[in-house]
Design a protein around this ligand. Structure first.
Ligand code: FMN
Length: 383
């Protein structure tokens, strides 16, 4: 039962918090104290029509990254909303086991993201998503990957097929009685920056919120996200707009909001190895003060919990493999991380990985080391 995750390996139970001066629960308490004693509100809750996002600092959907363990952690730490990985509508309809696993939800409100190019299939998949407990259905018009955007004419390809896009939006909205939201890019390329037009079409068809990644499809992840352009989308519609792209510090979030006039932010790569980041941003936007980065002992405690959740959710063998990139991300910006990454990738036994984690973190914790992640590194590892 994915909703209940316990330590699968007694070795891990014993290791929770090893070397940690503060427990995971304390860290969560500190962040949630800040969140629940806000000063003046810079961000207002977003009401999507019965479904409310109290704090619109949203964890971005990221295939292969924001699986249930990651979403659970980010939400527990204070993210205002988490969105499932992109799910292909055809796979959802076939009830493919791996797909249904991606559509496993917990916590509220919960959002499932769907991609597809066939209105009837999107409508059907949306119904299944709601049947599985989705409070929100999100539609992907942003995916730049060739297989999706060219092979299936889905994701960002729909930005250059406005009629096809409208049919999908209409069919999905009509199929379900929960709010439907849309995530897109600025346009296909710089010659066709039609996000404001698509946002207007979407609003007319009943979409309740749009998120804009400030890049075109042709940029993939190159260049920098254009937060100023998002203002054009904001000015085109009355529904809430969320700004996305390249937010890796609290100041980035403030600037993205100031430049775009958006109603909230969505954060993807900035959360790699930092599932507490959305909560920090939320606290900053509400209080003007960014909570300190968790100290290294606290980061280690969070990493161990993340590892535990992954092993339990995916099973030991696949969990161990899938957790490697996360271990690498948590260690980024620490002295000796390259060697840690290289070693941990070769180890195939959980107790050995846990021993490596101790061996890497404990001396750093002992000498009060801090972690400094360079901007370029934080934005590396794009899809
Ligand atoms: C590894 C990876 C996987 C992604 N998968 C999805 C996805 O499934 N659905 C989606 O709408 N966007 C996806 N994205 C795009 C992100 O949601 C986000 O729009 C983009 O990374 C820009 O935000 P950031 O600079 O905060 O990372 C993905 C991005 C990355 C890096």
């Amino acid at each position: 039962m994915p909703g209940r995750m316990h330590a699968v390996n007694p070795a891990i139970d014993g290791l929770h918090g090893t070397g940690a001066s503060r427990s995971y629960a304390q860290i969560m308490g500190n962040i949630s104290d800040l969140l629940h004693h806000p000063q003046p509100h810079a961000l207002k809750p977003i009401d999507l029509g019965g479904v409310v996002i109290d704090v619109p600092v949203i964890l971005a959907p990221m295939s292969g990254v924001t699986d249930l363990p990651f979403r659970r952690l980010a939400r527990e730490l204070g993210a205002g909303l988490v969105v499932s990985e992109m799910i292909a509508s055809w796979a959802m309809i076939r009830e493919n086991a791996a797909t249904l696993r991606m559509a496993t939800l917990e916590g509220r409100p919960s959002s499932i993201q769907l991609a597809g190019c066939d209105p009837a299939a999107m409508a059907e998949a949306a119904k299944i998503a709601v049947g599985r407990g989705a409070d929100i259905v999100d539609i992907n018009f942003g995916c730049p990957v060739k297989k999706v955007a060219v092979g299936q004419a889905a994701g960002s390809a729909l930005m250059r097929d406005e009629l096809g896009a409208a049919r999908i939006l209409e069919a999905t909205v009509k199929a379900v009685n929960v709010p439907v939201t849309l995530k897109m890019r600025m346009g296909w390329d710089h010659a066709t920056l039609n996000a404001p037009k698509i946002a207007r079409i979407a609003e007319d068809l009943g979409i309740r919120m749009v998120t804009v990644h400030g890049r075109t499809r042709q940029q993939f992840y190159t260049g920098t996200a254009n937060w100023d352009f998002i203002a054009e989308v904001k000015n085109a519609v009355r529904i809430p707009v969320i700004a996305n792209g390249d937010i890796i510090t609290s100041d980035d979030a403030r600037e993205a909001l100031a430049r775009s006039g958006a109603d909230g932010v969505m954060i993807g790569r900035g959360c790699y190895g930092r599932p507490w980041f959305p909560a920090q941003v939320a606290a900053f936007l509400q209080t003007g003060t960014t909570p300190a980065e968790p100290d290294l002992a606290a980061q280690k405690a969070i990493l161990l919990r993340h590892y535990d959740l992954m092993l339990h959710y995916f099973g030991i063998e696949p969990g161990l493999r899938m957790a490697r990139k996360h271990l690498a991300w948590y260690s980024r910006g620490l002295s000796g991380s390259a060697e840690f990454r290289a070693t941990v990738t070769r180890v195939a036994e959980v107790p050995a990985v846990l021993a490596l984690i101790d061996r890497f973190y404990d001396p750093l914790i002992e000498r009060g080391a801090t972690r400094i992640v360079r901007r370029d590194d934080a934005l590396a590892d794009a899809a």
